[in-house]
Design a binder for this molecule. Structure first.
Ligand code: NAD
Ligand code: UDP
Ligand code: UDP
Length: 326
């Protein structure tokens, strides 16, 4: 890594309110679940948006409604390869759960350094591992098994945070770090194995909801629009973070199944299956820091968010079934 001096730094200025300068913003992973909702919001307020995505898990349909807009550009590109662009801000969301996450982050930091853009990393609550502190504050250093089945993702993001801070300290880049807790909503992958997408598609398909282990492990589920508001507040604000962005409402997997039953299909059933090794037993964000410094907190409770997600899932499952001739 070549590090430039602070004298070379070109700080981003973000005038707010009326007459705000139009920003040119890159969203890596912008055709994915969270990225596409962020893109909608940035487009809505008049920014120029460039999406970089290799469509590894993202879908072109998620951003198809912007393709005719001259302020929007979609680049099929893998962030493990360098790319030259002129931009003011980089929201770095692209992240396969593999070591290439680190290389992609390095390239986006290199880009931020070259053009003086502000860089936001979407890190994860997984940096806390199977936490020994509950709820988790940003000051907690985590409890991650470095050789476990989940560690590639966890350690990849921990390294991404390290690189981000090193580029900030060494090259004077303006950086922001969000630690995102479990997020759900429309456009989530139907079959990526996450608990909310599994339970909702299982309920819609009239299959039993698969509860792993005894179902007493907990998670805190955040609706995607709350996350997007948090990411933008963080990018535009003065604080580096890291900030926990999540909904502090904590549910066991059995309780989650019950809420799906109440809000989506009252005849839904559950079945138990084996859990994966190193599964965190509990997870709940302490969001006091984001509340105080970003003036942000989530607004959408699980019982309101799940039905909004379910209508999108119903449509997509219907289209999928029609494609299969069912
Ligand atoms: P997603 O899989 O829907 O989106 C990721 C996007 O990145 C996809 O569009 C994918 O095609 C793209 N991508 C992957 N590898 C790429 C590469 N090498 N080059 C270019 N594009 C690439 O996932 P998401 O849920 O929207 O997550 C977005 C970010 O938020 C990720 O960094 C993820 O780690 C983080 N995060 C999400 C959650 C959550 O609950 N959704 C929780 C914690 C952290
Ligand atoms: N990089 C990039 N786009 C840019 C500038 C850099 O993709 O506009 C990549 C670059 O190819 C390198 C990485 O970002 O792989 C880190 O760049 P940096 O300049 O910090 O490191 P160096 O090239 O000095 O090792
Ligand atoms: N889980 C479950 N049934 C499923 C998928 C997941 O009970 O069909 C459990 C999983 O074991 C974990 C929790 O739900 O305890 C959250 O899993 P997810 O993969 O959604 O998120 P993460 O573990 O990454 O927080």
């Amino acid at each position: 890594m070549r590090v430039i001096s602070f004298a070379q730094r070109r700080p981003v200025r973000i005038p707010v309110g009326i007459g705000r300068k139009r920003m040119r913003v890159v969203v890596t992973g912008g055709s994915g679940f969270v990225g596409s909702h962020l893109v909608d919001k940035l487009m809505e307020r008049g920014d120029e948006v460039i999406v970089i995505d290799n469509f590894f898990t993202g879908r072109k349909e998620n951003v198809a409604h912007h393709l005719d807009n001259p302020r929007f550009e979609l680049i099929r590109h893998d962030v493990v390869n360098p790319i030259l662009l002129e931009v003011d801000m980089i929201y770095h969301l692209a992240c396969p759960a593999s070591p290439t996450n680190v290389i992609g982050t390095l390239n986006m930091l290199g880009l931020a350094k070259r053009v003086g853009a502000r860089f936001l990393l979407t890190s994860t609550s997984e940096v806390y591992g199977d936490p020994l502190e509950h709820p988790q504050k940003e000051t907690y250093w985590g409890h991650v098994n470095p050789i476990g089945v989940r560690s590639c993702y966890d350690e990849g993001k921990r390294t991404a945070e390290t690189l981000t801070m090193d580029y900030h300290r060494g090259a004077g880049i303006e950086v922001r770090i969000a630690r995102i807790f479990n997020t759900y909503g429309p456009r989530m992958c139907l079959d990526d194995g996450r608990v909310v997408s599994n339970f909702v598609s299982q309920a819609i398909r009239k299959q039993p909801m698969t509860v792993y282990g005894d179902g007493k492990q907990t998670r805190s589920f955040q609706y995607v629009s709350d996350l997007v508001d948090g990411l933008m507040a963080l990018m535009e604000g003065e604080h580096i973070g890291p900030f926990n962005l999540g909904n502090p409402g904590e549910f066991t997997m059995l309780e989650l199944a019950q809420v799906v039953k109440e809000t989506i299909d009252s005849s839904a059933t559950i079945e138990f299956g084996e859990n994966t090794a190193d599964d965190p037993q509990k997870r709940k964000p302490d969001i006091s820091k984001a509340k105080q410094l970003l003036n942000w907190e989530p607004k959408v409770p699980l019982r309101e968010g799940l039905p909004k997600m379910a209508s999108d899932f119903r449509n997509r499952i219907l289209i999928e079934d029609e494609g299969k001739g069912n």
